[in-house]
Design a protein around this ligand. Structure first.
Ligand code: SF4
Ligand code: SF4
Length: 380
């Protein structure tokens, strides 16, 4: 009972901080929204499709990681995600989480979950972790991946019981996997335990799309019909996922290197985990000039890119630059030629915040409401 109350209160506070982050990102494009950092390239597993781990490297010293967090905070980074390899192998992970929170950024982590225990989850609570993602590939372990529901289910139960942070379970489809139906089983289990869920499309070693087969597509549709996504997930499905699932290109501007940074274990900034080597500038030397250049750099890999965290960051800039167009693309009409059917909440928000479509000036009442709301989210 006590934990439920603590969890709910913290969850509301996190939502408020996330809303502030989105509002700040919509107001200005001159800071990274999200950075991934790698304190540990080594992993305790060896998924055969993975190009993001090794078996030999040492942890990056905590002083160096905290210095990188300082540099990212200096650039104005809103969310810092600890990734790997397997971050739970890092002996001073909690101190790193504390360092991110001290600098005012939202602290999140991606893990394979194998090393979670009740005691470890409680330490993550105390360190101030705000969001955790686990990707689960199959129901039973096979030669490709051991990230399996059978192995991880006990960890999920412990998370449901002890974690005070938000949890997302990502299932995957594509790549000719033997049992695509597993993704629906994993999603159902995650929903049962009260977690958020996403489904990712497997990419090739360059982060590029492999279209889904009919059986995989049927599972994808099934998952969408069972899941209740929030605003951004719903908009994301409409904007990116529907095309990806059909093997079609997406028309978007990748903001990697500007609004999204991938900082490898050596402290170099890359576009993303799948496009390492570009621009590969040390974080120490990364400045507003680099952020500005990369904001508009065309990435040839963009049309068939499956890197969902960079897609989501780009959605915020689409809202900032072309709010009305963004809403129509997020909530397209059910039939070609029909009017876009915006949900009621979005209609209200856009009527308050956006200038009238007819070009007339905004009325006094709307101006006052918009001003008050902006103050609440700290963007005035
Ligand atoms: S657990 Fe994650 S980092 Fe480790 S090998 Fe598998 S996909 Fe790669
Ligand atoms: S489009 Fe951007 S995020 Fe996607 S693979 Fe290319 S650089 Fe990475």
């Amino acid at each position: 009972m006590k934990l439920t109350l603590v969890r709910k209160t913290r969850s509301y506070l996190r939502r408020y901080r996330q809303a502030q982050m989105v509002a700040r990102a919509i107001k200005s494009r001159r800071h990274p929204i999200l950075a991934h950092i790698i304190p540990m390239r080594r992993c305790n597993l060896s998924c055969t499709y993975c190009n993001e781990y090794d078996k030999v490297s040492d942890p990056v010293p905590i002083t160096e990681m905290l210095h990188r967090v300082d540099l990212l905070a200096g650039l104005g980074t809103a969310i810092i995600t600890i990734s790997g390899g397997e971050p739970l192998l890092h002996p001073e992970l909690d101190e790193l989480i504390r360092g991110i929170r001290r600098r005012g950024a939202i602290a999140t982590m991606i893990t394979n979950g194998y090393l979670l225990t009740p005691e470890r989850i409680q330490r993550l609570n105390r360190a101030g972790l705000e969001h955790l993602q686990i990707s689960i590939d199959n129901v039973l372990p096979d030669e490709v991946s051991k990230k399996s529901l059978k192995v991880l289910d006990q960890k999920l139960k412990w998370l449901a019981e002890f974690a005070e942070f938000d949890i997302n379970i990502n299932s995957v489809l594509g790549g000719g996997m033997q049992k695509p139906e597993d993704a629906a089983v994993i999603t159902r289990r995650a929903l049962e335990l009260g977690f958020e869920t996403t489904v990712g499309v497997i990419h090739d070693p360059g982060g590029q799309l492999q279209p889904l087969k009919d059986r995989e597509r049927a599972v994808y549709d099934q998952i969408l019909s069972e899941r209740k996504p929030g605003f951004w997930a719903f908009a994301y499905d409409n904007l990116f996922h529907k095309n990806l699932v059909l093997g079609k290109p997406n028309d978007w501007q990748c903001r990697a290197g500007s609004r999204y940074l991938y900082v490898c274990e050596q402290g170099l900034v890359h576009y993303c985990s799948q496009q390492r080597g570009y621009p590969a500038i040390p974080l120490e030397k990364y400045t507003e000039v680099d952020l500005e250049r990369e904001y508009s750099t065309k990435k040839p890999c963009a049309p068939f890119c499956t890197v969902s965290c960079v897609h989501r960051v780009a959605m915020i800039d689409l809202v900032r630059e072309k709010p009305r167009e963004a809403l129509v693309r997020f909530f397209p009409p059910a039939n070609p030629g029909a009017h876009s059917s915006l949900p009621l909440g979005v209609k209200i928000l856009s009527s308050v915040f956006l200038p009238p479509a007819n070009g007339r000036p905004q009325g006094v009442t709307r101006k006052l409401i918009a001003g008050g709301a902006m103050k609440l989210f700290g963007i005035k």
